[in-house]
Design a protein around this ligand. Structure first.
Ligand code: CA
Length: 228
């Protein structure tokens, strides 16, 4: 499970990050609204923990922006106890739940868990295509029932392809959805990771599932003729 924490108070952010990591979550932290919106746009989080008062863009703006983009990621808004009107504004902006600061850490974890559980009925916990099966909760992939060892990047790539089977996926789309904002678009890192994933899939599945459509992109499919 991957969570984004958007919080400008360093101490609070690192306290939450550390606590959630101990609970087994992968946690990214953004220190302002701009960075938060960008990270939420680029990565696929299971939930977003969003503070209201933030530099650059406030929490309401970030929530609204994400909903306008069609992002359904569950949002838990961190409001201030002395500003109950923020709760209404937050929910109106697209937050799914709220938590008044300060809060006991166990409450945060419980709310987050509930939110992800509710949200995950829309998200698929298991993905599959042909001989490939992916368990997103356990972070495991098998081919013909045998474990397939992937790097985190290969896992994310495969996840994206499994969510868009038999669809041509452009390299620029992969850059946008699987890589982070520090990525250099001139580098050939996408091709390297795709190439590795492709070889692993071919070896494990016994067929070429990730095929190149020359000049256009890649497609996850069975059969068909590989042009690349
Ligand atoms: Ca703040």
């Amino acid at each position: 499970m991957r969570v984004l924490v958007v919080e400008d108070e360093r101490k609070v952010a690192s306290f939450i990050k550390q606590g959630l990591e101990e609970e087994g979550y992968a946690v990214d932290v953004a220190a302002d609204g701009d960075e938060g919106a960008t990270l939420a746009h680029v990565n696929d989080y299971d939930a977003i923990l969003l503070d209201v008062i933030l530099p650059k863009k406030n929490g309401f703006q970030v929530a609204m922006e994400l909903r306008r983009e069609g992002r359904a990621t569950p949002i838990l808004m961190m409001t201030s106890r002395d500003a109950p009107e923020d709760v209404v504004r937050g929910l109106d902006a697209g937050a799914d739940d709220y938590l008044s600061k300060p809060f006991p850490f166990e409450v945060l974890v419980a709310r987050l868990r509930a939110l992800i559980r509710r949200g995950s009925s829309a998200r698929l916990e298991a993905l599959g295509f042909g001989p490939i099966a992916m368990d997103r909760l356990q972070h495991r992939v098998t081919a013909h029932g045998k474990p397939l060892d992937l790097t985190p990047k290969e896992f994310q790539l495969l996840e994206y392809f499994l969510m868009h089977p038999e669809e041509v996926v452009r390299r620029t789309t992969l850059l946008e959805k699987v890589w982070d904002m520090h990525f250099d678009p001139e580098s050939n890192v996408v091709d390297v990771h795709v190439g590795n994933l492709r070889r692993k899939l071919r070896r494990a599945a016994g067929e070429d599932l990730l095929q190149t459509i020359r000049g256009v992109g890649l497609i996850l499919r069975q059969g068909g003729h590989d042009a690349g």
